[in-house]
Design a protein around this ligand. Structure first.
Ligand SMILES: [Zn+2]
Length: 267
């Protein structure tokens, strides 16, 4: 059920939506903003508009128009909130091989993540807690952000996966990275691992795939490992993560099969 503050917000964003006659490319932004507000309870629904996100403490981040026509690398480097919400994540299984440049969740507004999870390494680290990861054995744990329910969501994923078949459990028994304050290789923007909301695994060899390792000749376009579409173990793993608010990098054109990221606004 929608509460009154959320109704107020939905009314505000409907009012603020641009008219088609203005020539602005329309995206289903209000619905996606509504999901964002539900997924990040520290946002103040009564004060958010189609132009601005406002948190309960008064902090705000502009949503900013989608700047059409920017080169992909520039869009990745300075994504706005609108960019971040634009592409629809294909929850569930089966799914189709991602279309060219369809990377839902890969565009991230830096100001948004710094506000939610920490502006600098020391701020993120203050919110890290150890989360049990039973697929890796009794007592195993990984650091993850306790902000916005991320750590609790990961705990539930690990608990559920540990009850599934041994093939599934052994596929995720080697977590190889969660928190790491760093920029993305070859880029100048923070990795989602910088915020303690992503987890990578050393997967079985046939699944351990990353788009930069699987390009065509002369550094061409990524070649999607379509055999993963029929992998029942991966299906169970992905469905469990998605159930608890995580997206999977295997659904990106620039695929990263080892990567799961807490992004409840996209699910
Ligand atoms: Zn990763």
């Amino acid at each position: 059920m929608m509460n009154s503050a959320l109704l107020c917000f939905v009314a505000a964003i409907a009012w603020g939506a641009p008219a088609a006659s203005e020539g602005v490319a329309l995206s289903p932004l209000p619905a996606q903003l509504e999901l964002l507000i539900k997924a990040y309870p520290d946002l103040d629904a009564s004060r958010c508009t189609s132009q601005l996100l406002v948190w309960n403490d008064g902090t705000s981040v502009p949503i900013s128009p989608q700047l059409a026509g920017r080169p992909d690398d520039q869009q990745l480097a300075d994504a706005t909130i609108r960019d971040q919400l634009l592409l629809v994540y294909p929850k569930g299984w089966p799914f189709e091989v991602p279309r060219v440049n369809h990377d839902p969740g890969r565009l991230r507004c830096d100001a948004f993540f710094r506000k939610v999870y920490g502006a600098a390494a020391k701020d993120v680290e203050r919110q890290l807690i150890r989360v049990p990861w039973p697929p890796a054995g009794q007592g195993a744990s990984v650091p993850f952000s306790n902000a916005n329910g991320a750590a609790e969501a990961l705990r539930k994923v690990g608990e559920e996966l540990s009850t599934l078949t041994s093939e599934i459990r052994t596929s995720v028994n080697r977590p190889c990275g969660t928190y790491n304050w760093r920029t993305i290789a070859g880029a100048d923007r923070p990795s989602p691992h910088s915020f303690g909301i992503a987890i990578d695994f050393t997967l079985p060899k046939h699944l351990h795939r990353y788009w930069l390792w699987g390009r065509g000749k002369n550094g061409g376009e990524p070649i999607y490992p379509a055999e993963v579409l029929d992998d029942t173990a991966m299906r169970a793993i992905v469905e469990t993560f998605e159930k608890h608010g995580f997206i999977w990098g295997g659904k990106w054109y620039h695929y990263d099969l080892m990567h799961f990221e807490y992004r409840p606004e996209l699910l």
